[in-house]
Design a protein around this ligand. Structure first.
Ligand code: NAD
Length: 356
């Protein structure tokens, strides 16, 4: 079986297949990877669902190592061809249907992409590895803390050994994909690592998720909808910290292991929204909507809304030396500033031009 030490040294150029790279976290990862490892070849495979956005590749579009492939992770022939053609050394698997609300309305695509898609990639990887004896390979699976279910107010944060108890079709489909990844390691010796992370926020996030939704609605004087009483707690992780965490796991993690990546920033949803409003008041004092808090409205709660998530990242800290660099105050300020500076990006999303 391959171990992580069989992989090329971290600085040796690698050929990476990044699935879902046109989405929020994937695009941040691709940009970061090519900045930090300019010799790498980064092949992005993305179906460009509503969540995929080619404009997020603007900073790397002309990078010699960057290549975009429009396609579905469920397309086995395509995946087989990409692994062989680009002599892929590692797959980093971000592609997923990721929005809980959409999974409640229409779970089908979640089952297809998150479960069948992950299975397709694993099968393709298993066969590909068998054709390259002695060559290093690594499959990293990006997952979520939602697989662990919901915490009570005084429960300890989720650890890697916490039992799986997914509560939404999204979380259940991610849990199934995690189990498949684990099984492919255990059964076939596929060299895998996994990371389960908490709620991300930052640049390039589709404005259906809480923080970017609040920013763009507030800028336009639209209501800022808060589910239920606003007292659901999430552990917020700045996306750049998440991408660093994935690199730590990918470069230094033990094969076959899972690492939880959290921001150490537990916060009530309502407090997150109030903080975003205050930052906007400060950065856009001329706005007719100051104070932006006046736009907050409470709406009917999401079905089965998990009350609290919190992630214990101490294993990644202890074994890999990983720690997030942003706290919520600094990360939110950077995020709000990014949306102010990149109005073209989010306006094209809001009016649908990004699909052209
Ligand atoms: P996203 O919805 O922004 O992006 C998903 C990307 O996958 C899109 O570009 C989409 O076009 C692509 N995609 C969807 N179906 C595909 C298919 N069948 N074939 C190829 N591409 C397909 O998601 P994100 O927020 O960037 O999340 C990335 C990963 O991180 C997901 O696996 C998600 O479960 C996980 N995660 C996200 C968060 C978060 O807060 N955003 C938290 C924990 C874990």
């Amino acid at each position: 079986m391959n171990h992580v030490t069989d992989s090329p040294a971290p600085d040796a150029p690698r050929s990476l297949l990044i699935t879902g790279g046109a989405g929020f976290i994937g695009a941040n990862f691709v940009q970061r990877r090519l900045r930090q490892h300019p010799g790498d070849r980064v092949i992005v495979l993305d179906a460009l669902t509503y969540a995929g956005n080619l404009a997020s590749f603007e900073p790397v579009r002309n990078h010699p190592g960057f290549r975009f492939v429009h396609g579905d992770i469920c397309d086995r022939i395509l995946v087989d061809g990409l692994l062989r053609e680009h002599e892929i050394d590692a797959v980093i698997h971000f592609a997923a249907e990721s929005h809980v609300d959409r999974s409640i309305v229409k779970p089908d695509t979640f089952i297809q992409t998150n479960i069948v898609g992950t299975f397709t990639l694993l099968e393709a990887a298993r066969v590909y590895v068998a054709t390259r004896p002695g060559r290093a390979f690594h499959f990293h699976h990006v997952s979520t803390d939602e697989v662990y279910g919901s915490l009570g107010p005084r429960d300890p944060a989720f650890r890697e050994v916490s039992p799986y108890a997914p509560n939404s079709p999204y979380a259940a489909s991610k849990a199934a994909s995690d189990h498949l990844v684990r099984a492919y390691h255990h059964t076939y010796g596929l060299p895998v690592t996994m990371s389960n992370c908490s709620n991300n926020y930052g640049p390039y996030q589709f404005p259906e998720k809480l923080i970017p939704l609040v920013i763009v609605n507030a800028l336009e004087g639209k209501p800022l909808p808060i589910y239920g009483d606003g007292l659901n707690i999430r552990d917020w992780l700045y996306v750049e910290d998440h991408c660093r965490g994935i690199e730590f796991v990918f470069e230094k993690g033990r094969i076959g292991e899972t690492y939880n990546l959290g921001g150490g920033c537990e916060q009530y949803n309502i407090d997150v929204v109030r903080t975003v409003c205050r930052i906007l008041d400060e950065l856009r004092p001329e706005s007719p909507y100051v104070p932006h808090e006046q736009l907050i409205v409470f709406v009917e709660d999401r079905k089965g809304h998990d009350r609290r998530y919190a992630v214990d990242p101490s294993k990644a800290g202890r074994e890999l030396g990983y720690a997030p660099q942003e706290d919520l105050a600094s990360g939110l300020r950077k995020t709000v500033q990014w949306y102010l500076d990149n109005e073209n990006w989010w306006r094209a999303v809001m009016d649908g031009r990004y699909r052209d």
